[in-house]
Design a protein around this ligand. Structure first.
Ligand code: ZN
Length: 100
């Protein structure tokens, strides 16, 4: 899950909140306001905040060195560049990286 680093306003009820999004479609994400309205927000490049950690160091160690470095940088900075979105998603799917 990604938590956006800025608040958005629901177009239906006008409430402002900081959304958590499950997945991204390009630079857009579907979010739900506290009142249950679903709408699409645009997510600028790298503007998502992650709270992640490496859970499976053994399998992480099997990744190419450059990939390990990139992933560690993402985790430290809390920002996922667009080109690493797919990789991070995959690592989460297989349980190497765990995000809260
Ligand atoms: Zn709403």
């Amino acid at each position: 899950m990604y938590r956006l680093s800025h608040t958005v306003r629901c177009p239906v009820c006008g409430v402002e909140f900081r959304p958590t999004v499950g997945y991204l479609k390009g630079d857009e994400a579907e979010v739900m306001c506290p009142n249950g309205h679903i709408f699409t927000v645009s997510v600028p490049n790298g503007d998502s905040v992650l709270d992640c950690e490496i859970r499976d160091w053994e399998r992480f160690g099997l990744l190419p060195q450059a990939t390990q470095q990139a992933v560690l940088e993402v985790i430290q900075s809390g920002k996922v560049p667009n080109e690493l979105q797919a990789l991070m998603r995959r690592l989460k799917e297989i349980g190497v990286v765990v995000c809260t």
